[in-house]
Design a protein around this ligand. Structure first.
Ligand SMILES: [Zn+2]
Length: 97
């Protein structure tokens, strides 16, 4: 086993903030999506759902852009390699599910 690398969140506080923001947006969207499945007033709920999805997509995009522009994040994500690829795959699946 190779040495344990630190998470980006422990190295870059700005990334941690952005990550928490997008995670929160994802949670709100996921919760709203579950509620819509059970509710009957489809149209308004659908609009709200799209708005929440867009909010999450934007937060996620900001997070990704930060990683591309931040030296610390670049350094850690390059060192971690495969891990970050896997997590972005699962996020993309979540986004288009
Ligand atoms: Zn950073």
């Amino acid at each position: 086993m190779s040495a344990q690398l630190p998470d980006i969140t422990t190295v870059c506080s700005e990334y941690q903030r952005l990550l928490e923001e997008s995670q929160r947006a994802l949670e709100i969207w996921t919760e709203a999506r579950a509620n819509v499945c059970q509710s009957r007033n489809g149209r308004a709920a659908g609009d709200e759902l799209l708005r929440l999805q867009a909010k999450y997509a934007r937060a996620y995009a900001v997070e990704q852009r930060h990683v591309h522009n931040c030296f610390l994040c670049q350094f850690v994500s390059r060192a971690k390699g495969r891990d970050s690829e896997n997590s972005s795959d699962s996020l993309a699946e979540t986004l288009y599910a």
